[in-house]
Design a protein. Structure first.
Length: 247
C-alpha cells in the first residue's frame, strides 16, 4: 500500500466507526473504500470484521466508564446472536457477489418507520418476559445478517432493543456494541478459516474504527437520544440513497 492508502483507511474508519456506534451503516463507508483501494468485495467483507471488533471493544469500554456498565442482558442476547452470525458468515463466504441492494434498502426504510412510529421510547428498559423472549429470538436473525454482510446491522439491532425490548437509545447503543463485538469475533474466525482476510489492512482500518467508536460512544453519553435519532435518520436515508442510486 502507498502512504495515502493508510490515511484513507484511517479516515474512513473514524467516520464509519462513529456512525456505527451511534446508529449503523458505517460499513457502507469502510467496505467501499477497501474495494476502491483494490480489495475484492468478499475479502473486504471479511477484513472489515477486524475493524468492527476493535471499534466495538473500544466503545464498550467507553460506555462502561460512562456508567453504562450493566451488560448482563447483553451477554444473553449476544449468545443468541452468535449462532446466527456463524451461519451468516459461512453463507457470506460461499457467495461471490451479493445482489442484495434492493432488499437492504427495504429493510432500512422499514427500520426508519419502525423507529419513529409511536414516538420516542425513553424508558430505561421493559423487562417483561414476553419482550425479553422476542428480543432474544430476533437476535438470532440479527446475528445472521451481521455475520453475512454486517452493513446495516445496527439498523436491525436498534429497533429490537429499543422498540421490542423497551430500552432507551443510550442503553440500546451500549448493548448493541457488546452484542456486535461478541458475534463479530465468531464471524471473523469463520472468514479467516474459509476465506482470505487481509490482516494488515484490517489493522490499519481498526485504528480509525477504534477512534470513531470512542467518539461515537462519547457523543452518545453526552448528547443522549436527541442526537442519536438525528444521526440514525440521516444514516438510514443516506444508505437507502446509495443503495438505490449509487450501487
Amino acid at each position: 500500500m502507498e502512504l495515502w492508502h493508510y490515511g484513507a483507511l484511517i479516515a474512513a474508519g473514524i467516520v464509519g466507526g462513529a456512525i456505527n456506534v451511534m446508529a449503523g451503516g458505517g460499513s457502507v463507508i469502510t467496505v467501499p473504500v477497501m474495494v476502491f483501494l483494490g480489495v475484492p468485495g468478499p475479502i473486504a467483507n471479511g477484513t472489515n470484521r477486524i475493524a468492527i471488533l476493535a471499534q466495538n471493544l473500544t466503545a464498550v469500554g467507553t460506555f462502561m466508564r460512562g456508567g453504562q456498565g450493566d451488560f448482563r442482558l447483553s451477554i444473553t442476547l449476544a449468545l443468541c446472536a452468535l449462532p446466527g452470525a456463524l451461519l451468516g458468515a459461512w453463507t457470506g463466504v460461499q457467495l461471490s457477489g451479493a445482489q442484495f441492494n434492493a432488499a437492504l434498502a427495504a429493510v432500512m426504510l422499514a427500520t426508519l418507520v419502525l423507529m419513529y412510529r409511536g414516538g420516542a421510547t425513553t424508558q430505561t428498559g421493559d423487562r417483561q418476559p414476553r419482550n425479553l423472549l422476542w428480543g432474544h429470538l430476533l437476535m438470532v436473525l440479527a446475528g445472521f445478517w451481521g455475520g453475512f454482510i454486517q452493513i446495516g446491522v445496527g439498523f436491525i439491532l436498534m429497533p429490537i432493543l429499543n422498540r421490542v425490548m423497551g430500552l432507551d437509545l443510550v442503553s440500546t447503543n451500549a448493548h448493541k456494541c457488546f452484542i456486535v463485538a461478541v458475534y463479530t469475533l465468531g464471524a471473523l474466525v469463520v472468514f479467516s478459516l474459509q476465506s482470505e482476510v487481509l490482516w494488515l489492512i484490517g489493522a490499519v482500518l481498526a485504528i480509525g474504527n477504534s477512534l470513531g467508536g470512542y467518539l461515537g460512544a462519547k457523543l452518545t453519553l453526552t448528547q443522549g437520544e436527541g442526537l442519536i435519532r438525528k444521526v440514525l435518520a440521516l444514516a438510514i436515508i443516506g444508505m437507502v440513497i446509495k443503495l438505490l442510486f449509487f450501487p
